[in-house]
Design a protein around this ligand. Structure first.
Ligand SMILES: [Zn+2]
Length: 503
């Protein structure tokens, strides 16, 4: 819309949008407040001066009678507006002061995950507010953006979110009823990628670089794990700059065609499906990851699943880790065997903040060998999933009186007490990219190598496993992983053996 008054933030947003476009990332103006707000909030007065100048110049050329969108009183408001005010107030009570400009980025994800019942209160407030006003003025966010656009996109996401929320709630409820809250197994995943591109359908596409998944329960801690680097020959055309930038900022893995991995993303996803299918009760249990990482994992899985004749996108559920923590903590708190258990999280948002702390980012034994060596420990997929699992265990397991074991419930060397000895004849399991230069030396001392891929001639060697007592991914209790039957070969997957209803 031309000829309307603009705030400095508007010009900043346009500039960020332009820069992102140059990097091959195309964001609509509706998406921009969420992206630009956090940066804006952290900028100094001097840094903002340029945009204030632009706004002044722009507005000076207009008539003086227009009111600024931000300060317009008595305008129609959406329910989300009132929710935003409440979140802002709550944050202020906690000593966190956010401007209204910052709030959409904070409140949107929570709003998207709320049920109709939870929103009713704010709809009531909006109705009351708008009813006292005259007729319809168009509804804008505090950035002057037509909110109906944004809401349409949010409704879509909200539907998916609601199913997820309900699933997680039910999952924990079932575990309580079955008295399995301490033994229930959860899967956690993280995937590093080379770059985000736009497919021909306009949907974001991610080229995976590193994948790590583990399972854990409160009782046993981290049980099994799988880690691999991806083999990729080429990047999407025109994305090498973006890939270089993203890679340098994060995992620093060599770019295609020099990738160090031996596994294609298709093989890795199939192996993940294998991995999660080994656990008893669910045919295909959900996989959890940190909230802002869900779109990445979901997109990568759906890309692979859509190419399989016997599976559909969405067959593998990628769920919110903070949603899991929120419900799990509420459950352990209600069943606490200790006198003064740590309080449950008041909201999913707070559970997310807790997970975001990165408490275990630099703890011993978390990263893969490659990231340990190049000093990119917090960016490693393996660091992330182990850190998240340890965080959840630390929050919930003490309520149930579970005794911590180093390497399973918490990182190594976190306690002054001597670590428990693992007998050599007890089975331990690890899976890692043994074929990469970076990892080869790490496992040279290990006991008999069991490579689930190796036996099949056509199988890739990117993911391999070995018995290794020094590994983080070990277990003293579950000896079943010494048995190759538990880790089916790729050819078995192709035949569709033991694939549940997925393949
Ligand atoms: Zn790594």
């Amino acid at each position: 819309m031309p000829n309307k008054k603009r705030q400095p933030f508007y010009f900043f947003m346009l500039e960020v949008q332009k820069k992102q476009r140059e990097r091959g990332k195309h964001y609509s103006l509706q998406e921009m407040p969420a992206i630009a707000s956090p940066i804006w909030a952290s900028m100094s007065k001097e840094e903002k001066a340029k945009y204030e100048e632009q706004a002044k110049r722009h507005n000076g050329q207009l008539g003086s009678s227009r009111k600024l969108v931000v300060k317009m009183p008595n305008k129609k408001r959406q329910p989300f507006y009132f929710f935003m005010l409440e979140v802002q107030k709550k944050q202020r009570e906690r000593g966190k002061h956010y401007s209204l400009q910052e709030m959409p980025a904070i409140a949107s994800p929570i709003w998207a995950s709320m049920s109709k019942e939870e929103k009713a209160k704010y709809e009531e407030q909006a109705k009351r507010h708008n009813g006292q006003l005259g007729s319809s003025s168009s509804i804008k966010t505090c950035h002057g953006i037509d909110y109906t656009e944004v809401e349409r996109e949010q409704r879509q996401a909200a539907k998916q979110q609601k199913t997820m929320k309900e699933d997680v709630r039910q999952m924990i409820k079932q575990a309580i009823l079955a008295q399995k809250i301490s033994s229930k197994t959860y899967f956690v995943i993280h995937i590093n990628y080379f770059c985000q591109s736009r497919g021909s359908d306009g949907e974001p596409h991610y080229d995976a670089a590193e994948l790590a998944i583990l399972d854990f329960s409160l009782e046993d801690g981290i049980k099994r794990g799988m880690h691999t680097f991806m083999k990729l020959d080429t990047l999407p055309y025109g994305y090498s700059f973006e890939a270089t930038r993203h890679t340098n900022d994060t995992h620093q893995l060599p770019l295609p065609p020099d990738t160090i991995g031996q596994t294609t993303i298709r093989e890795a996803v199939l192996e993940v499906i294998n991995f999660i299918s080994e656990v008893d009760d669910d045919v295909c249990p959900p996989i959890f990851t940190f909230d802002d990482h869900i779109p990445v994992v979901r997109s990568i899985f759906d890309d692979v699943l859509s190419q399989l004749a016997t599976a559909n996108p969405g067959d593998v559920r990628i769920y919110s880790l903070s949603e899991l923590l929120f419900h799990l903590k509420a459950a352990t708190h209600s069943q606490a065997v200790i006198a003064a258990p740590q309080q449950p999280f008041a909201s999913v948002f707070l559970a997310e903040s807790y997970l975001e702390r990165g408490t275990f980012d630099y703890a011993e034994g978390l990263p893969c060998e490659y990231h340990q060596e190049i000093d990119r420990v917090p960016n490693c997929s393996q660091t992330k999933i182990k850190g998240w699992a340890f965080s959840i265990i630390r929050s919930c397991a003490p309520d149930l009186g579970i005794t911590f074991m180093e390497g399973k419930h918490e990182p190594m060397n976190t306690q002054p007490t001597p670590q428990p000895k693992i007998r050599d004849d007890e089975s331990v399991f690890t899976a890692t990219d043994l074929t990469s230069e970076a990892n080869r030396s790490n496992f040279s001392h290990s006991a008999p190598i069991r490579n689930p891929w190796g036996a099949a001639s056509q199988a890739p060697t990117g993911i391999s496993s070995t018995a290794n007592t020094s590994s983080y991914f070990n277990t003293t209790k579950d000896s079943s992983f010494a048995n190759t039957d538990d880790f089916p070969l790729l050819r078995d997957i192709k035949r569709g053996k033991g694939r549940g209803n997925l393949l």
